[in-house]
Design a protein around this ligand. Sequence first.
Ligand SMILES: O=C[C@H](O)COP(=O)(O)O
Length: 318
Amino acid sequence: MSARNPGMHLDLEWVSKVRVNTQAVLKRAQQIQGRKVAKRQWQAAWLLKALTCIDLTTLAGDDTPSNVHRLCMKATQPIRHDLLKSMDMHDKGITTAAVCVYPSRVADAVKSLKAANSSLPVASVATGFPAGQTPLKTRLEEVRMAVEDGAMEIDIVINRTLALTGQWAALYDEIKQFREACGEAHMKTILAVGELGTFTNVYKASFVSMMAGSEFIKTSTGKESVNATYPVAIVMVRAIRDYYLKTGHKVGFKPAGGIRTAQESLVWLTLMKEDLGDDWLNPRLFRLGASSLLADIERQIYHYVTGRYAAYHELPMA
Ligand SMILES: O=C[C@H](O)COP(=O)(O)O
């Protein structure tokens, strides 16, 4: 993960002055989606890069120690060994960036990874994920418990009520308290952009989250009806750039929710490269939150190596 973001005092004047040019954002989003991504021979390398940025996620009501264990094993060996060998990448220690689970499953994930001798971090969602509609005391306690169980990264959700009613100082205070409860664990802040209504709210929520010390800002929980979209991402990425220019601190970006295809992962990498620069092309500053993206990336890599598409039984669970 990136160096920690210490945050800064709440600059309400900056927040109140924000205006987002909707037409410019939409135009940029169209451009990004229309980009020709890397030539075929480089695509496999870009796909491996995308894979190393995945927070491999399971956030389901029927999660159990055994499916979390399978997820952890997949995270440590995301691509079949023979495929990596054909690409001469078998000894490069390729893994996903982290596994991401509910707080009650953190101990299971930590145990599985430890047994596999893996130092892969476990990320836990917290603070009443996905809605964030539980009392502050409970949300703080949830963060502490996930950290106690071994989570090294905490994905908090913001209080949308505060954002939608313009209570930016109260939102800043809550996020600061979450950051304190995280201790040494790095904090990713989920804005749930599909529920924030306007681009201006998305920009303001991004900036307030960074001022309160978030190490990453993340689009969505994956449970809203609208999740990671390119226009919203462009607004968040601009906020990250502005925050960097203002403070000198680099904050990471994590699109999440509904990202399923290898092709999409290449568009996200292109957006990082073009709008933030090469520093953001690694898991310290870029994550893809996804439960099923890895399967398609592995399928595309299989195709790259063998020239044909794999049958489902040929690739272990992603
Ligand atoms: O944070 C990660 C998201 O919850 C994953 O969403 P997804 O299941 O649509 O990939």
